[in-house]
Design a protein. Structure first.
Length: 402
């Protein structure tokens, strides 16, 4: 990451200029995860995401069939704008890739769930069968694909490799189904290879909000989906089929994939695409928003108020250097001393006897971020503040802490 001196300072933000909508938990939200921010990423990062086991590389899909690689700070390091080969698109009709997953073996692979997508066609899709495409995790080059038996699944919209790498989970109708990872090999490559059949089926396990993307957390499968503007993440026990609501929030956009890795102040990351048929104002527009969540550490007891925000940038780098003043108090306004306050996982400061902290960090992507303050098992978050987003109200307003 390059370091440079500030050449432009922009003073910013009051609580009225921040996004209250995304930072306030919905009534049903169980409070298991805390929203710490959302990075503004290109519209090309649309359908979903995955990562290498060490999270040194992230991979995004979109809008329909591109494959994009970044580092953990979301700096793009590789790109293939049309991953599905032309002859395959023409012969079978595959033209759409969903939420991908990483698959070990053969030097490292990105597994691409594929379908023949045509929104005006039959709900199943145009060719009525799905497949798993395979791309090289180092070069992003297309390698081969395996065909899925259409009697069991009409299209593959997402995929997630189980811990240990033995199964690849996806869904068909209301059921979760899994394929043996060992069968996804060049020896079984289509069109001459066999049509793969599921090894497991978990009936009626798909959450009521559907599935747009998935990721494993330990042995539980986290599933993202939405109904209207209600966005949900569910945790499913694959032994019993029991599910628990993890996150519920209300956004304007399109729910897509999930990822689990540590970066930018979050552990769980949910991709929100810039599309909504209702015509509402996009929560994280004009590009896609990669939202960042961290596990709740305990009791949400602190109030965190943000005062001055200074954002600096320069013409030679995409970096944004951010300075934020914040104040942390308990109920009734008593200041909290000794709380650790951070923004987007970087920088950080410990509050003084007046509950004040001065936080400095560097970002490679603009976005919307909350100051997260913690002391023991008590914590608090500010409302989301806009950092470097074009057209942001943060560029026009300023208010100091009292």
């Amino acid at each position: 990451m390059r370091r440079s001196n500030l050449v432009a300072l922009v003073a910013a933000v009051t609580l009225a200029a921040v996004l209250g909508l995304a930072s306030t938990a919905a009534a049903r939200d169980p409070g298991r995860w805390v929203l710490t921010g959302a990075s503004s990423v290109p519209q090309d990062y649309w359908q979903g995401l995955t990562n290498t086991p060490d999270a040194s590389s992230l991979f995004f899909i979109g809008p329909a069939q591109g494959l994009w690689q970044t580092d953990p700070q979301l700096v793009q390091t590789g790109a293939v704008d049309k991953e599905i080969p032309t002859d395959l698109r023409q012969s079978v009709g595959y033209n759409h890739i969903g939420d991908p997953t990483y698959l070990g073996g053969e030097g490292g692979r990105i597994l691409l769930p594929m379908e023949c997508f045509n929104p005006s066609a039959d709900p199943s899709n145009t060719c009525g069968k799905g497949a798993f495409g395979i791309a090289d995790a180092k070069t992003l080059a297309w390698r081969y694909y395996v065909q899925l038996d259409p009697k069991f699944i009409p299209k593959a919209m997402w995929a997630e490799t189980s811990p240990g790498g033995k199964l690849i989970w996806t869904s068909a109708g209301d059921d979760l189904i899994a394929y043996r990872a060992s069968q996804v090999s060049e020896a079984n490559a289509a069109p001459s290879g066999p049509e793969l059949k599921p090894a497991k089926r978990l009936k009626n396990a798909v959450p009521p909000s559907g599935i747009t993307g998935a990721v494993f957390r330990k042995e539980h499968l986290l599933l993202a989906g939405s109904t209207g503007h209600t966005y949900q993440v569910w945790s499913v026990d694959l032994k019993t089929g029991d599910r628990k609501l993890q996150i519920e929030t209300h956004l304007c956009g399109e729910s897509e994939g999930l990822g689990l890795f540590s970066t930018l102040g979050g552990r769980l990351h949910w991709l929100i695409a810039p599309s909504d048929d209702s015509g509402c104002e996009l929560t994280f527009g004009p590009g896609s928003g990669l939202t960042h969540y961290r596990r709740s550490p305990g009791h949400d007891r602190f109030h965190v108020r943000v005062g001055d925000v200074i954002v600096g940038s320069n013409s030679e780098s995409s970096e944004l250097k951010v300075k934020v003043r914040a104040r942390v108090t308990r109920a009734g306004g008593k200041p909290v001393r000794g709380a650790h306050a951070r923004l987007a996982g970087g920088g950080g400061d410990v509050t003084n006897k007046h509950g004040r902290a001065s936080i400095t960090t560097t970002l490679e992507r603009p976005g919307w971020f909350a100051v997260f303050a913690r002391k023991g098992d008590r914590y608090g978050t500010s409302r989301l503040i806009e950092v470097g987003v074009p057209g942001s109200a943060a560029h026009a307003q300023r208010q100091s802490l009292r």
